[in-house]
Design a protein around this ligand. Structure first.
Ligand code: IMP
Length: 199
C-alpha cells in the first residue's frame, strides 16, 4: 500500500503551508476532507499538546495504516496570562470576524507599554505512525501585540502580531517570509525531521 500522510485540519490556509513545507518528504499529503473524513472533533484539552493528540487519535482510528498528523495552534499574550491560548479560535465567539476579535484584544491592551505587550504564536504538531508510535513537536514565534491592525496577508491574529526582527506584523509578510519564521513553519520542519528519521 502506498504510504501517505493525512493531516487532521479542515483549514485550507494551513493546508497550503503544510503541503509546501512537507513536500521534501516525498510522501503524498491529504487533508481530512480530501480523504472523506469531514468529521467534527471536539478540542476539549487544556494544552496545545492535548488538543493536537486528540485530533490525531480521532483520525488515526479511521486510518490506522496511514501517518496521521494534527496540529493545534494559538496566540499567547503574556499580559493576559497567556490568553487566548488554546481558546484562540473560540475567543470572542467562533463566528465573530477577526477584525472584531483583533480589535477586542487591542482594547484589552489599551495603554499597555511595548515591553508588556510580549506574545507568541504556538503550534504543536502531533503524529501517530502506523505502528502506533506517538510523537509531538512544538514551534513558536516570539513577537508583540501591535498598537493597530496592520497588513492583509495571512489570517486570524496576524494583523496584530508584530515581529521586531521584521519590523512589521505577520500579516505584512509574504507567505514565504512567514513560513520561514512562523510557529507552524518551525513545528512542520521539526516533524519533517522526525518522519525523515523513521523512513
Ligand atoms: P486551531 O485551528 O485550533 O489550531 O486554531 C488556532 C487559532 O489560533 C486560529 O483560528 C487563529 O485564531 C489562531 N492562529 C493560529 N495560527 C495563526 C497564525 O499563523 N496567524 C494568525 N492566527 C493564528
Amino acid at each position: 500500500m502506498e504510504k501517505r500522510i493525512i493531516f487532521a485540519t479542515g483549514n485550507s490556509h494551513k493546508m497550503v503551508e503544510i503541503k509546501e513545507i512537507l513536500k521534501e518528504l516525498n510522501i503524498p499529503i491529504y487533508s481530512m476532507k480530501e480523504v472523506g473524513a469531514d468529521i467534527e472533533i471536539e478540542e476539549n484539552g487544556t494544552t496545545f499538546e492535548e488538543n493536537a493528540m486528540i485530533k490525531a487519535e480521532a483520525i488515526a482510528k479511521l486510518f490506522p495504516n496511514d501517518i496521521v498528523l494534527a496540529d493545534d495552534s494559538g496566540l499567547e499574550i503574556d499580559y493576559l496570562d497567556k490568553a487566548p491560548g488554546v481558546y484562540s479560535a473560540r475567543f470572542g465567539g467562533r463566528d465573530t470576524s477577526y477584525d472584531i476579535k483583533n480589535q477586542m484584544l487591542l482594547d484589552k491592551l489599551e495603554g499597555v507599554p511595548k515591553e508588556q505587550r510580549t506574545a507568541r504564536f504556538v503550534c504543536v504538531i502531533a503524529a501517530i505512525l502506523p505502528d502506533g508510535t506517538k510523537e509531538s513537536v512544538r514551534g513558536t514565534i516570539e513577537g508583540r501585540i501591535a498598537y493597530s491592525i496592520e497588513g492583509e496577508n495571512g489570517f486570524g491574529y496576524d494583523p496584530i502580531f508584530y515581529v521586531p526582527e521584521y519590523g512589521c506584523t505577520t500579516a505584512q509578510l509574504s507567505p514565504q517570509e512567514k513560513n520561514a519564521c512562523s510557529h507552524r513553519g518551525n513545528a512542520l520542519r521539526a516533524i519533517c525531521k522526525v518522519l525523515e528519521s523513521r523512513k
